[in-house]
Design a protein around this ligand. Structure first.
Ligand SMILES: Cc1cc2nc3c(=O)[nH]c(=O)nc-3n(C[C@H](O)[C@H](O)[C@H](O)COP(=O)(O)OP(=O)(O)OC[C@H]3O[C@@H](n4cnc5c(N)ncnc54)[C@H](O)[C@@H]3O)c2cc1C
Length: 263
């Protein structure tokens, strides 16, 4: 019996399990999927939570529901991938040998990578919406928003779903308008890119759309640190952007197990 092991049961791991199980003979291939979390998070839905369009219920589902029959599910952290030995070590110490390994452990935000980001104001006037906790906390904060400088900020590239911050900018513009708060709010879009987006044509069109909506684009801003006491972003070339509310996309990084395993 050959063994196919999938690490991570998020979008990618779940799709691989569902696509491959019907294609691989069950008498020939044993399939196992490992994830440390019993909950599947529908991350694209996080974007809509700050505006009350989605609630937690819409984005949180039991992971087992999406794992097809014939795939063994192990609920456990993956401690190490021993690629030279074709083995995976789980948190319990259990060893899973494999013939084929699919790594689908995704990427996560790391606000601690930016000096000051977690020091003052985190989830008070600095929020992410790339985690469920961040999106829910931002929803609460927006309920109390009365106006001021609202800064949408990309810390560094690459990030998963690079269009999500732009979608957020257009959604918050609409949401503020609906509540009569748009004229009381200055919106800024701060990015390390040289324009609104990664691709030139889209960048030009989206840059124009930001301008039409009165959202000020601040390009080529590579943040060195966040001053949470003075509510400022400070770049490596000493430019400053003040905020009353900072909605940031912190540094995205792959799962720690990959680095730990020397891959
Ligand atoms: C706000 C937002 C909006 C988005 N909008 C879109 C969109 O409109 N369209 C689109 O295509 N994409 C969108 N995305 C991106 C999309 O959600 C991701 O690209 C996708 O989830 C990546 O799938 P993945 O399986 O690689 O990682 P994930 O879905 O993050 O899954 C990784 C899994 O690995 C598990 N894992 C990690 N490390 C370990 C370990 N050591 N041990 C055990 N398990 C582990 C985790 O628990 C997790 O379940 C958006 C993302 C965000 C945050």
């Amino acid at each position: 019996m050959k063994r196919l092991v999938i690490l991570g049961g998020g979008t990618a791991g779940t799709i691989m399990a569902n696509k491959l199980r019907p294609r691989l003979d069950e008498d020939e291939w044993q399939m196992t999927l490992v994830d440390e979390n019993s909950i599947h998070y529908y991350q694209p839905g996080f974007l809509f939570i700050p505006f009350g369009i989605y609630t937690k219920r819409e984005v949180v589902k039991p992971r087992r529901r999406f794992i097809p029959r014939g795939v063994q599910f192990i609920l456990s952290p993956v401690e190490e991938i021993k690629a030279q030995e074709n083995k995976v070590v789980l948190g319990s110490g259990e060893v899973l040998p494999y013939d084929v390994l699919i790594i689908a452990t995704g990427s996560q935000i790391h606000p601690e990578e930016t000096e000051g980001m977690l020091e003052a104001g985190w989830h008070e006037n600095i929020f992410d919406f790339y985690t469920l906790e961040g999106a829910l906390a931002l929803h609460q904060r927006l309920q109390r928003w009365e106006g001021g400088r609202l800064v949408i900020h990309i810390n560094e590239m690459p990030i998963k779903c690079p269009v999500a911050p732009l979608e957020f900018a257009f959604l918050v513009d609409w949401w503020l308008g609906e509540r009569g708060l748009r004229k009381k709010t200055e919106l800024f879009y701060v990015t390390p890119l040289d324009g609104a987006f990664t691709k030139p044509v889209a960048s030009r069109l989206l840059g124009d759309t930001l301008a039409q909506r009165g959202i000020q684009l601040i390009p080529e801003f590579n943040v060195a640190r966040v001053d949470g006491e003075k509510n400022k972003l400070i770049s490596w070339d000493d430019r400053e952007v003040e905020y009353d509310l900072l909605v940031t996309i912190p540094t995205n990084m792959g799962a720690e197990v990959i680095a730990r395993s020397g891959l």
